[in-house]
Structure formats: C-alpha cells, structure tokens
Design a protein around this ligand. Structure first.
Ligand code: SAM
Length: 268
C-alpha cells in the first residue's frame, strides 16, 4: 500500500482505539428515527427501504448502522480495520445487516458496476491526492440516476492556520498547491493532526463531479459558527471559514472527455 494511505490507515486505527472525534458509533436511541440524523437536508426523500446504499470511507459504525436501521441494503467501505470493527460491533449489537469491505475510496474494484442506488461519503476525500479518481469510482458503482451525497473539507479550511494571530487566521497555504499539506499541531478540531491531508480546489470538488458524469442538485455549508465564541475555538474559526461543504449529486451520464484540471501530485 502507498505509504501515505498506510499512514492514514494507522492514524484512523489509532483514532478509533482512542475514541476520538468522528469515530462515534451509533446509539440505540439514534436507531428509532435514523434518517434525520443521517440526512438532515432530507436529500434522500425520507425513505431508504430496499435501497442499495454504499457508505464510502464511512467506517466507525454510525452511518452504516443508520442506513441499515432505515431499511437499506448496506455496504460500508473504509481503509481502517479498526473503524470497520466498529461497524461490525454496531451491526452485532443492534441486529443489523451490514456488508463490510476494507478498501481505499479510489479503488472500488471489489464492488460491481452500477451496484448501488445511493453513495454516502462523510468528510474523507482530504485523505487522497486525486479526488477525480474517487469520483470515477463512485460513478462506476452508482446506477444511472443514483444519488451521491458527499461531504468535504473546504479548501480554505486546509489553507488557513488552525490558531488565530492578533489579526485573525492567516491563510498560509497557497490555493494552487500540490502534495500533502504540512502537519498541524495536535488539538485542532478542523484538522486531524495525526493524518496526512490534501487540498482539493473548487474546480476539482465541483467541476470534477460534472466531469465524472454527475449533475449537482444542491450544495450546503453546514453551519458550525458560534455566536459568542472563544477565539481559537472550533466555532470561532468556523465564523471566518465554513469548514465543510455537503454536495448532492446525481449520476446522469458517462464521464466526459472534457480536459481535466492540471495534473495532481502523485506519491512516489
Ligand atoms: C472523518 S472519518 C468519517 C467516518 C465517520 N463515520 C464520521 O462519522 O465522520 C474519515 C474516514 O475516512 C477513512 N479513510 C481515510 N483514508 C481513506 C481511504 N483512502 N479510503 C477509504 N477510507 C479512508 C478513515 O479511515 C475514516 O474512517
């Protein structure tokens, strides 16, 4: 496995062991009414019964369990064995059926073409250098007309310092950059200090979807900003830069032959 993916896999294994942010498993009370937790925007239309759902880079035992409780036929893919162990635990504890596959989000050859009606991907594309490769894989496994709900880190969230100076949060990293981002100090809630992350520009996040054969039907910036907040806190930094973007896209056609954005960094 490429060393960066190996590093991120180990980092997420450790994060799961330590029970850190974004590793929480489903709670029994969540399963009584799973859809508003899974899909607060109601992009799924309130009904997952019988739908073939892929929870992509979604280990941890939260989204997969919510989908299964809502009646979906669920597969979860993740690179971290420990995160997937939690899906196994959630399934066993709550009597749910979840198919578990260890794989990288940009290599879904273990999954059949057009085998899913819906793909749900929480924040995770920041862990791979080439988001277009992920989109191509999602387009391949989604049936025509299928929905792809994904969440990503906004570029500026990855460009700016995690802590403020007296004049605000310095946007330090160039927008037009390649390669892994410099590591950040531990303690940030916007960045996972122990992982290696990559910035994807808007033309890659949104334009890349269109070039992969999707149409964008909606886009939201989940509000994380606080009203009265401590400088340096998650809510304070979020006042200046929304950390995430959520995109609703539908697979409509074949990936286009349009020219692609400039070549990305690839690990040696
Ligand atoms: C922010 S967590 C998302 C999952 C979590 N259930 C949540 O609620 O947010 C990011 C996930 O991406 C996974 N991941 C990192 N790199 C990956 C890759 N190349 N392929 C698949 N999964 C990957 C991590 O193991 C982790 O489970």
């Amino acid at each position: 496995m490429n060393p960066i993916y190996e590093h991120n896999r180990r980092a997420w294994d450790e994060r799961a062991r330590r029970g850190e942010r974004h590793t929480r498993q489903v709670l029994a009370k969540d399963l009584k009414n799973p859809l508003p937790i899974l899909d607060p925007e109601n992009w799924l239309g309130g009904n997952l019964a019988g739908k073939r759902v892929l929870c992509l880079a979604s280990g941890g035992g939260l989204q997969s369990a919510l989908c299964a409780a809502a009646g979906a036929i669920v597969t979860v893919v993740d690179i971290s064995p420990e995160m997937l162990t939690q899906d196994r635990q959630s399934a066993a504890e709550h009597g749910l059926k979840i198919k578990i596959i260890e794989a990288s989000m940009d290599d879904l050859l273990a999954l059949s073409e057009a085998g899913f009606d819906i793909v749900i991907q929480p924040v995770s594309t920041c862990y791979v250098p080439d988001i277009a490769a992920v989109y191509r894989q999602v387009a391949r496994v989604l049936a025509p007309g299928g929905l792809y709900l994904s969440q990503h880190k906004q570029p500026v969230n990855l460009q700016a310092d995690v802590a403020p100076t007296s004049s605000g949060y310095v946007v330090r990293e160039p927008y037009y950059r390649t390669g892994p981002l410099p590591a950040v100090a531990a303690g940030s809630l916007h960045r996972e200090a122990d992982t290696t992350e990559f910035l994807h520009r808007w033309e890659e996040l949104i334009g890349g979807l269109c070039r992969a054969g999707f149409v964008v039907e909606d886009l939201v910036e989940p509000r994380q900003a606080g009203v009265v907040v401590q400088p340096g806190s998650f809510e304070h930094r979020s006042l200046f830069m929304p950390p995430y973007v959520k995109i609703k896209a539908r697979r409509v056609g074949k990936p286009s032959d349009e020219p692609k954005p400039a070549a990305l960094w690839t690990p040696s």
